[in-house]
Design a protein around this ligand. Structure first.
Ligand code: IMP
Length: 424
């Protein structure tokens, strides 16, 4: 069974935990987009691991992990993560492969990300993770990126890198009034990372094709979420990759006919980190309560996440774009103790009511949610093991989410540990 797992909100839905559960039933786990901007937090036997680049399946000793061509790799971040895992007793060697077609994040990408964000006026900055993601994908599309396989020939690399550095320096000095970067240092950096990186590199589309043909189960692990997708998200307040289902296809080279299931992950409420409109955002007060209770602080940047009610308009958009077969609802326990719960079922945009997600960012910014209110529950649900253990009002809430999104719920998470999960 080949499954794609997708974030159906603005990222941070709790994908790490679901991937960790599904990885147990998979042979190969693959990352297909994004880069070290992602942060998947997994708690196993009371230990916490935060993974940024390496697929979460790595925490199971026998799983093969693949970083696909759609991912942008910061070599230093990758090596740090491998070392962190190996120090923690997780053996990575021999079962982590990276695509030789993946693009590399260079220190100049981090610099550009920082300078570009700093130059944007308030309200215009994206609030990026400053991991060099946007500049690296921009280079990929402009056909001036450097891929893992480009490290094979130093003479080819020298020529390509010198063109890149020349162009980059024109922008750095003229637009940003910054000092130029040194070709010599950048080339030396390539020499430093080259051999360790090339040892991990393989033809990943071929590997995945053959694994699938051989009957192996593959899990495609999404990062970020549908509303951060560069095409289908709240552009320009998005990341620079396709965090929707298409990204899993182009970002790995697997054919769509090889995919059996698509699972969407949502929180029982909504969060967003970084800038950009968020119609169902909580008012102050409730925001702090949920932020604290849900430990809503970014695992990559530590920034507080903005929190709000479940938004069925954006969830419906995610269901359609990704063709979700089922949903996992995360962090239901965080809502315990709230007297009432609201669900945004439609928006009022410039006087008109709509259930559709408005593409124009000024319309989305103007969207006022129309809420439906449901009764909450007081019980601590973190020990619930099955559907019937959940309070009646929690069950009603989940049933309503199913109705509004037209998608069955298969997993309900009631705590951060693996065992705090209800399967339906
Ligand atoms: P970038 O991906 O660093 O360029 O950031 C672009 C936008 O995506 C910003 O709003 C980030 O906060 C957001 N973002 C990037 N990665 C994640 C993630 O893993 N979870 C949640 N938001 C993210």
């Amino acid at each position: 069974m080949n499954r794609i797992l997708i974030g159906a909100q603005w990222g941070d839905e709790g994908k790490g935990k679901v991937i960790d559960i599904l990885a147990a039933k998979s042979d190969v786990v693959v990352r297909y987009q994004g880069g070290p901007n992602a942060g998947h937090t997994i708690k196993v036997h009371g230990r916490k691991f935060v993974l940024h680049l390496i697929p979460s399946g790595v925490l199971y000793p026998k799983k093969v992990c693949v970083i696909g061509n759609g991912v942008v790799i910061d070599p230093e971040a990758l090596f740090e993560e491998i070392d962190m895992l190996e120090r923690g007793g997780v053996k990575v060697r021999g079962r982590l492969f990276i695509s030789d077609q993946a693009h590399l994040i260079f220190p100049y990408h981090l610099l550009m990300d920082r300078l570009r964000e700093a130059s944007l006026k308030r309200g215009k900055a994206i609030g990026t993770t400053k991991r060099g993601i946007g500049p690296c994908y921009a280079d990929k599309m402009a056909r001036v990126g450097i891929r893992v396989c480009d490290l094979k020939s130093m003479s080819y690399l020298r020529q390509r890198l010198s063109d890149v550095v020349r162009e980059r320096n024109a922008v750095l000095t003229k637009v940003y009034k910054h000092k130029p970067i040194s070709f010599k240092k950048t080339f030396a950096y390539c020499k430093k990372i080259r051999s360790r990186l090339l040892k991990l590199a393989i033809d990943t589309p071929k590997y995945l094709y053959e694994a699938s043909r051989a009957g192996k189960d593959i899990l495609f692990e999404g990062a970020q979420g549908t509303l951060l997708d560069v095409d289908h998200g709240t552009y320009p307040f998005v990341t620079s990759s396709n965090a929707t289902v298409g990204g899993a296809i182009t970002g790995t080279g697997i054919a769509p006919t090889f995919i059996d299931r698509i699972l969407g992950v949502v929180k029982a409420y909504t969060t967003r980190v970084g800038e950009g409109p968020f119609p169902s955002q909580f008012p102050a007060g409730l925001m702090e309560i949920v932020q604290k209770k849900g430990d809503e602080f970014g695992s990559t940047t530590g920034r507080p996440r903005r929190c709000g009610w479940f938004d069925a308009v954006i969830a419906g958009h995610a269901v359609r774009i990704n063709g979700l077969d089922a949903m996992a609802i995360m962090k239901l326990d965080v809502l315990s103790g709230l007297k009432e719960l609201k669900i945004a079922t439609a928006y009022r945009v410039n006087g008109k009511v709509t259930r559709d997600y408005p593409h124009a960012i000024n319309e989305f910014s103007a969207a006022k949610p129309i809420y439906e209110t449901m009764k909450g529950w007081d019980e601590d649900i973190t020990g619930c093991k099955k559907w019937s253990d959940l309070p009646v009002n929690a069950r009603k809430y989940l049933k309503r989410l199913e109705q509004l999104t037209g998608t069955p719920i298969k997993i309900v998470s009631v705590g951060s540990q693996r065992h705090q999960t209800i399967f339906l």
